[in-house]
Structures are given as C-alpha cells and as structure tokens.
Design a binder for this molecule. Structure first.
Ligand SMILES: Cc1cc2nc3c(=O)[nH]c(=O)nc-3n(C[C@H](O)[C@H](O)[C@H](O)COP(=O)(O)OP(=O)(O)OC[C@H]3O[C@@H](n4cnc5c(N)ncnc54)[C@H](O)[C@@H]3O)c2cc1C
Length: 460
C-alpha cells in the first residue's frame, strides 16, 4: 500500500512493472524524471517470474540431463539417474529470486517510486490504485499479457497453462501440448529431456510457424529424432479429463491421451476493464493501437510491451520502454524497427532468427539470394555434436535482410546477425571480418564467405 502522505504527482506514471514498464521507469529516472511504477503482482512481470527466466532455467536443467544421458558416448562415465523436480524448481526459483532482488535494488537506487497495487486509468493523466489517484504529465501503459485459451477449453485440473506448468513438482509421464509456437516447443523440449512422452498438436502446417519454413522443417526433423511426437495441420476439438488423464480429440477425429494437457495457444493482451477505452484509447482485438512512436493518440498516454500488436518478447518491451522514456525526455530517439528484433526459441536444438524469412523477402524484394551453411563443416559444432545450419537471405545484389539458424546454442549467435541486418550490411562487407576458431560463431563468418562467393570450408 502507498503511504497516504507520499507525493502522488509525478512526471511519469507507469501502469505495469514488467519488461516494458520497468525499462521505461529505469531510463526515465536516469534522465531525471520523477517516476511512479505501479505493479499489482511482482516487479519484473511475466518474463522474470513466469516466462523467459524460469523456462530457460528448466531448459538448462534439461540440457544437463541430455548431456548426462550422452556422456558415456564421449567417454565420460556418468549416467542420468532421474530428475528431482522439486530440486530443479529450487534451482529455477533461486535464479529468479537473485534477479528479482537485483531489480528491486536497481529500481530503488534510481529513486523510482514503486506502488504495489492494481491500478486503473481514470483520466488522461491519472491512475487510481486502492482509492489513491496518481497523476502524471505522461502515462505509460504496460500491463502485459496472459495465457490464452480456446473457446470451450477450460483451464483447470489436468488442463494447464505455462504458469502452472512452471510450478509442477513432478515430471508428467506423458503430456499433450496444444500449440507448436515458441512456448509449446520449449516445454516439449524440457519434458522430453526429463523423460516424459510428449505430443505437440499444432493447427498450422508447421512447428514454430512464424519462422522461415526451412527452420520449421529442420526442427521437425530434430524432434522426430528425439522422439517428440507432433501432429500438424489439425485443430483441437474437445478435451475430456478424469482421474487417470486427459483425452483430446481433434477436428479430424484423431484422439490423444496423456497425463496433462498444456495449453500454449498464445498470449492475449491484458487491457480489459482497465479504463483504457473509456479514455478514448483505440483497442483492436484487445491490443492497444499506437503510432510508430508508441503514442496512443490520447493525451500524453503511451503504450509498450505485449499490449502493443507485434512480437511479444521481453527485449522488445525493454527497448520500447527505453524509447518512450527518451522521447518524453526530448532526446528524439530513432524509432524501433520491428522487423530487426531477434527471435530465439531455446529448445534443443535452438532456433534463432532476425529479419525477413525467405518468403517475406521475396514478397518485398522480388529477387533474393539465399545460402545455407551446414554446421557439419563447423569444428565447434562437431565437438558439441550438434547438427543444424545457418541460412542467409540477401536482396539480390543488396544487403543481408534475414539470418536464420538452427542448432545447439545458436541463440547466442544472433547478436552479430542483428547488427548485420540492422546496419544493412552487404555479405561482401561481413566476409572479411575475422571470426575466432573454433567457435560456432565462426559458422556465421563461413556462411558470409559463401554468400560473398568465396566459401572456405564448404563446397562451391
Ligand atoms: C512461458 C513464457 C516464456 C517466455 N520466454 C521468453 C523468452 O525467452 N524471451 C523473450 O524475449 N520473451 C519471452 N516471453 C515473453 C515475455 O515474457 C513478454 O514478452 C514480456 O514479459 C512482456 O513484457 P510486458 O512489460 O509487456 O508485460 P509483462 O511482463 O506481462 O508485465 C506486465 C506487468 O503488469 C502488471 N499489471 C497488469 N495489469 C496491472 C494493473 N492493472 N495494475 C498493476 N499492475 C498490473 C502485471 O502484474 C505484470 O507484472 C515468454 C513468455 C512466457 C509466458
């Protein structure tokens, strides 16, 4: 609860303390603004407590399990004796709690006023929390998203969303995952590594359907090899649950049974009943409509993060928060290019990309050149025992417009790719840059050598 005598007037009042909201608060405070950050749950939001961090901790535990399983094949005499789920959770929660403490310290050291409570927009400059009205010259809406479900698919019992999946204190013996997007594919990877029998159901024709088709197909091959089952291009129809499990029927009539059904069909914007529409803010299918500068068009009200249509990613939220804070402070920052925001699926194998898929590049540029560099020719990938490739897309005789990768740890390679695509570099500019040997990063260098017409460890 806020102190009744504390100030309630600020330069900026932010509703929601997740990636978008807290990044805006930290940057605005750095720029000398007085900031109130209103959070009903926990500072750090979905990403820190129920999203990026806990899932990646589980994925790391899954990677260790896989390594233990494979250890003997490279002469290390270890074996996997099982998964202690409560202990895995304790490790995951430890990571979250250290980061949470760090964030709380940071926010307090920048003198951001944190208000714990659920807020509502009550005017163009006001947000009310538990009967107290906070006034800001500017308001930033950053209320994030929630796990969606489908009509007729009730969450409860054995039908769970990612929040409950993160809290399970046991490994299900079998699971059906509805949705083959990032979240579904990541949980499938974790549970398979932990020993579960996993089936993904996806209504579209491919897993990770927003990625370049070549990556989707490669992930499908890798999952088939790992024994992760998937059923594509067929939609959910009904679910029945009882004491022994769940039975899911698809529109085609196919039936699947398992211990659990994880619903991972996307995230909906949290904008209902918060007073947004009453203030004249345009809402479309739940999302807050903004212009290129993230203004809502109503007073000095801005919006950032998952409530804004586009990629629902934490790093997009961070950058949008910084961008809005800098605009409010009059710094005139350059707008964010949505197409150049990197995307990573942290499954085994990882999928990472930035820029345009080949199909989108063709729509935009007509002629494109592409190249696939196989990780089989990369020393470090051989050492790690990973398969995969890097695919580059360039506008014909033009800059690199897309980089797409699959393989162990390729998420760590996306930084360089992001610079290349954002800076509209030509392959000929990148090819002479020296990459350390033997790294996986070197595979990117080799791919650019090949695209520039001078492949080294690859056939012409
Ligand atoms: C399982 C999972 C895995 C993910 N993995 C990744 C990943 O690896 N990488 C990545 O980039 N992204 C990932 N994401 C997405 C990422 O978590 C979101 O994109 C990011 O959290 C969005 O930030 P945000 O600030 O818009 O919203 P949120 O982080 O959702 O924060 C919004 C905050 O607002 C608060 N709030 C809402 N309404 C009110 C109100 N009325 N009053 C007060 N407070 C309110 C909420 O309590 C919440 O804390 C993942 C998401 C999930 C669910």
């Amino acid at each position: 609860m806020a102190d009744a005598h504390a100030t309630t007037k600020f330069d900026i009042v932010i509703l929601g303390g997740g990636s978008g909201g807290y990044a805006a608060a930290l940057r605005a405070a750095q720029l000398g603004k007085s900031v109130a950050l209103i959070e009903g749950d926990k500072l750090g939001g979905t990403c820190l407590h129920y999203g990026c961090i806990p899932t990646k901790a589980l994925l790391h535990a899954a990677e260790v399990a896989d390594e233990a399983r494979e250890a003997e094949s490279i002469g290390v005499l270890a074996q996997l004796n099982g998964i202690d789920a409560p202990k895995v959770n304790a490790y995951k929660d430890g990571v979250i709690s250290r980061l949470y403490k760090g964030l709380q310290g940071l926010v307090s050291s920048r003198q951001v006023t944190v208000i714990n409570g659920w807020g509502r927009l009550t005017g163009q400059n006001t947000i009310e929390v538990d009967g107290t009205t906070y006034t800001g010259d500017h308001i930033i809406l950053a209320t994030g998203s929630y796990s969606r479900t489908l009509p007729g698919l009730e969450i409860g019992g054995r039908v769970i969303t990612s929040e409950a999946a993160l809290g399970l204190d046991y490994v299900p013996s079998s699971a059906i995952i509805l949705g083959g997007g990032v979240i579904g594919v990541e949980f499938a990877s974790v549970w398979k590594s932990f020993g579960a029998d996993v089936t993904i159901i996806e209504g579209l024709p491919h897993l990770v359907p927003n990625e370049d088709e070549s990556l989707s197909k490669a992930l499908e091959r890798a999952y088939r090899k790992r024994g992760i089952k998937f059923n594509l291009g067929d939609r959910f129809s009904t679910v029945v649950q009882n004491d022994s499990g769940v039975t899911v029927t698809l529109e085609s009539g196919k039936v699947f049974t398992a211990d659990l059904l994880l619903v991972a069909v996307g995230r909906g914007p949290r904008t209902q009943d918060l007073g947004y529409e009453a203030q004249g803010i345009t809402i479309d299918r739940g999302f807050v409509i903004v212009d290129e500068t993230l203004r809502t068009g109503v007073g000095n009200i801005w919006a950032v993060g998952d409530i804004v249509p586009g990629l629902q990613l934490a790093h997009r939220g961070f950058q949008q928060g910084i961008y809005v804070a800098e605009q409010i402070a009059g710094l005139g920052p350059a707008p964010i290019v949505e197409a150049n925001i990197p995307r990573v699926t942290y499954s085994n194998p990882e999928v990472a990309s930035v820029g345009l898929t080949e199909a989108k590049a063709k729509e935009l540029y007509g002629d494109v050149d592409t190249i696939e560099y196989n990780l089989g020719g990369n020393g470090k990938s051989q050492i790690l025992g990973t398969q995969g490739f890097i695919k580059l897309v360039r506008a014909s005789n033009g800059p690199v417009v897309g980089v797409h990768m699959i393989g162990a740890r390729v998420g760590e390679l996306i930084g360089e790719s992001q610079l290349i695509v954002s800076w509209e570099a030509f392959p000929e500019d990148v090819a002479p840059l020296v990459h350390a040997h033997p790294t996986q990063n070197e595979a990117l260098g080799e791919a650019f050598l090949a695209l520039a017409g001078k492949p080294l460890h690859a056939h012409n």
